[in-house]
Every structure is written in structure tokens, then in C-alpha cells.
Write a protein that binds this ligand. Structure first.
Ligand SMILES: C[S@@+](CC[C@H](N)C(=O)[O-])C[C@H]1O[C@@H](n2cnc3c(N)ncnc32)[C@H](O)[C@@H]1O
Length: 445
């Protein structure tokens, strides 16, 4: 095949024992023709073959105009322009054109879902981000068209550089791009042939880029027998991100998360003191906290909120000085937990289809396995499960702060001596609450 020939002639290694093949669940992937030992080098792609922003901006035909665009193009836009340019070429760039010819012609990222399909996950972060992304893409395309395509129709003729073409290029980059953290910053590339490897959590992360040796390598992420599909690990990606960028999900994805966004308005009382306190514990005023099933309420969420809700008299307390790792006051703690409870309840009630209904539909096969609807359902299920776990945790903590009978948050509230799961402000409240509490209290014995 053209692509393989081009790579081998230029010094790529591994292509004699790797072969493209269609697999049932993952679609096209790479199979090994010989056994591979974990950590051995499977594939080496020299740097000159990679699609990078540098290669695009130094291209003899379009490099100058790409560099001249004001404001400068993002890395993704540079790569998108480069991909579309090579796709539009009828001659030259033989190897890159052979690669483009092997790329998928369509994608299943969530921006392509029909209204009916995306509605299945309404209320989820994926739903909101997908709508936002569609608008962002329209804006970015218009800007690119005004600042580049329409100014150089000889290089970027409209047929080949439409909004649909731009979306195709972006999806190619999102689903095939590899990112590496290098000493001088983030490096993003698409590596021909290495981009044919599918994702599995059963292998270790095994793709590396060496800027000194100028090569990208794939190591075996486990032992393989001849004939097996070779995988790489795209990282700890939750389903909402997998579906938005790659167009697939993993059922029971252990890296599922719900991104809780916390911000504090500059008009808030004691704003600058609070920003400084947040900074002292390495938190930003605009922060995103991934909530996970195995950690539905990370300590940093509580620390952020404790600081956000501080009152003047609390600002120099010992607990604040210790980075708000512990409760600052009963008032503060009750306030943040009540706010969290309300947020979780609001978020959960915003989902169009409840967790229970979706689980029932998935179990009874209403959504065909692998379909967009099935994938959307899994994202919603994952996020709702996490938010429910967060809500449960918040309720448990709140029960240790406010009197189970009258709701008072008081420093002197005492735990129920038997179950230690609720607190009371005094004997009167404890007695009058006993008939309601006794079932829970006895159950925890
Ligand atoms: C880097 S490409 C891998 C090669 C791709 N299958 C192809 O035919 O070009 C990433 C894309 O492969 C598919 N893919 C990768 N891993 C997958 C998996 N575990 N399950 C389902 N699809 C997967 C998704 O469509 C994803 O966007």
C-alpha cells in the first residue's frame, strides 16, 4: 500500500509485522503478525512524516500565508488547513495524500448526532458542550474563511474548504491527534499509521515522542500473540470526552467523570482575600473539579467552597490557615453543603431521561449496541451515577453538621451516640426525632 511504502522508504520501522484490519467492536485497527513482548518497540515513525503545526507553517506552498494570518491561527486550525490543503492537491505530497486517502470520510463525534440522539443525554455536560462546540465551530470557520480562505482562493478554493470540510478536518485532528508534554510546551501531531491504533484501557500508555532523536515510537503496552489487535491507551478519558472528540464510548468506563465548575464573582465579599487564599492552596478562582464515582466529592471542592463562603470573622481562623482542609465553622460548612446539595439536585433534575429509565432501556436493548443513541445513553448514565454519588456524600456530611430535627447548624451539635451518623442540637430534638431516626440508627448497628 502507498502509505506503508512511503513510510518504509523514509526509515519507519515496524510496518513489516503490522497490518491494517477490520475488527468487530473497534472498526479498523492494527494487527500484529508476530508475537510482541510488553515494552518492546513496535513502530517507529520519524518526525518528518508527522503532521505538525511546524511542518504546516514551513510548507513551501502555504507556509507563508498561514504564518501571515492575524490573529495567529490555533494549532488545530493550522493542522486543519494543512490537512484540507493536502486533500485538495491533485499532484505532489504523494505520501501525505496516500495517508489522507486512508482517513475516515465521516465521523461519529457528538456534533454529528441528530436532535433525537443528542436529546437522549440532555442535561449532561456532553449535551451542553456539544451545543457550544457547534456554535464555536461555526464562528471559527467564518473567521478562518474571512482571514484566510477567501483571501487566497487560488490556494484554498471553496470546493474543498467549506464548513463541512473544516469540521471533517477538526474531527480528524481530535480523534487522531497525539499530545506530548515537552520541555518547551505542548506538542500535538498526527502520526501516519500510528493513528490507526485503537484505544484500550487494558494496555499501558505506550506512545512516546523523542524530540532529540526526532521520532515517535509505539511500544507494546502488553504481551501480544501473533494475529492480535495492537492497542494504545489514549489516556484516562471519560465517556463524555470520548464521545465528543473520538465518537465512541467504553461501557463501564472507570475514568468517567462529571466536571464541576466553580467560580467566584469579583463582586463577592472579601474577593481579593479569597482569591489569595485559594492561590495559597494552588486553586484558581475559576476551577474545574472532575467528580468521579470512586471520589464523588474531592476534598478540593470542599476547600474551595469553604473559602468562597468565608465571613470576615472566620478569615484568620486556624482552619483557614491550614488550607481549609477541615470545617471552618458549622455555619460555613452547612452553607456549602446545602449549596452543593441544591446544585446536585438541580443538575440531576435537568437530565431529560432519568438514570433508572436509561438503564432499563439499555438493558432491554432499546438502543442498538454501538449506535449513537446507545453511546449517548451511556454518557448520561455515567454522569447521573456520579452526581447521585456526590449527592449521597453531601447528604451524609450535612447530617453531621445540621441538627437532624430542627436543621440548626451549631458548633455544639452532638452526634447520635449509637449510629454517629446524625447530630442533634440537644436532648429535646434528639427525643422528638427518635421515631423517625430509629430505623436508620438500628440499621447501622
Ligand atoms: C486514532 S483512530 C484509530 C483508527 C480508526 N479506527 C480508523 O479506522 O481510522 C481513533 C478512532 O478509532 C475508533 N476507536 C478507537 N478505539 C476504539 C474503541 N476502543 N472502541 C471503538 N472505537 C474505537 C474511534 O472511531 C476513534 O475516533
Amino acid at each position: 500500500m502507498e502509505l506503508q511504502k512511503w513510510l518504509i522508504n523514509g526509515g519507519a520501522e515496524g510496518l513489516s509485522w503490522l497490518q491494517l484490519e477490520d475488527f468487530p467492536d473497534t472498526g479498523r485497527g492494527v494487527k500484529t503478525l508476530r508475537p510482541l513482548k510488553s515494552q518492546e518497540v513496535v513502530l517507529t515513525i520519524p518526525e518528518s512524516f508527522l503532521w505538525t503545526a511546524d511542518v504546516a507553517t514551513n510548507d513551501p506552498v502555504i507556509g507563508t500565508v498561514i504564518r501571515s494570518v492575524e490573529p495567529p491561527l490555533s494549532v488545530d486550525d493550522i493542522l486543519a488547513v494543512f490537512l484540507l490543503f493536502i486533500k485538495s492537491c491533485k499532484t505532489g505530497y504523494d505520501g501525505r495524500r496516500a495517508h489522507v486517502e486512508l482517513l475516515p470520510t465521516s465521523y461519529t463525534a457528538s456534533i454529528f448526532f441528530s436532535d433525537e440522539e443528542i436529546e437522549i443525554c440532555s442535561g449532561s455536560s456532553l449535551y451542553h458542550l456539544t451545543q457550544k462546540l457547534k456554535q464555536q465551530i461555526r464562528d471559527d470557520y467564518n473567521q478562518l474563511n474571512n482571514n484566510l480562505f477567501s483571501k487566497h482562493p487560488d490556494l484554498f478554493p471553496l470546493e474543498g474548504f467549506t464548513q463541512d470540510d473544516y469540521i471533517w478536518a477538526l474531527c480528524t485532528i481530535w480523534s487522531r491527534g497525539m499530545d506530548f508534554q515537552l520541555p518547551d510546551g505542548q506538542f500535538r501531531c498526527i502520526a501516519p499509521f500510528a493513528d490507526m491504533l485503537n484505544h484500550s484501557l487494558d494496555v499501558e500508555v505506550c506512545h512516546t515522542y523523542d524530540p532529540q532523536l526526532k521520532r515517535l515510537q509505539i511500544l507494546a503496552g502488553k504481551n501480544y500473540t501473533a494475529g492480535e489487535q495492537v492497542f494504545i491507551n489514549y489516556g484516562l478519558v471519560p465517556n463524555n470526552r470520548l464521545l465528543r472528540l473520538y465518537g465512541f464510548i467504553l461501557p463501564d468506563n472507570p475514568h468517567d467523570s462529571y466536571d464541576l465548575v466553580l467560580t467566584t464573582q469579583p463582586q463577592a465579599p472579601l474577593y481579593s482575600e479569597k482569591v489569595a487564599l485559594l492561590k495559597s492552596i494552588s486553586l484558581q478562582v475559576d476551577s474545574i473539579f472532575p467528580l468521579k464515582l470512586n471520589d464523588p466529592l474531592p476534598l478540593n471542592v470542599l476547600r474551595y467552597l469553604r473559602i468562597q463562603r468565608l465571613e470576615l470573622l472566620e478569615i484568620s481562623t486556624v482552619a483557614v490557615r491550614h488550607g481549609a482542609k477541615d470545617r471552618i465553622s458549622s455555619r460555613n460548612e452547612a452553607e456549602i453543603l446545602e449549596a452543593l446539595r441544591e446544585s446536585c439536585e438541580n443538575l440531576l433534575s435537568g437530565f431529560g431521561i432519568s438514570l433508572e429509565k436509561l438503564e432499563e432501556k439499555v438493558a432491554s436493548g432499546v438502543y442498538q449496541r454501538g449506535s449513537n443513541a446507545w453511546a449517548a445513553a451511556h454518557v448520561s448514565i455515567g454522569e447521573q451515577k456520579i452526581l447521585k454519588a456526590t449527592l449521597q456524600k453531601v447528604k451524609e456530611l450535612l447530617a453531621l453538621v445540621i441538627c437532624a430535627n430542627c436543621g440548626k447548624a451549631d458548633e455544639n451539635n452532638k452526634r447520635c451516640g449509637r449510629c454517629r451518623k446524625v447530630v442533634y442540637c440537644g436532648v429535646v430534638c434528639q427525643k422528638s426525632h427518635y421515631s423517625e431516626h430509629k430505623v436508620l440508627c438500628k440499621a447501622s448497628e
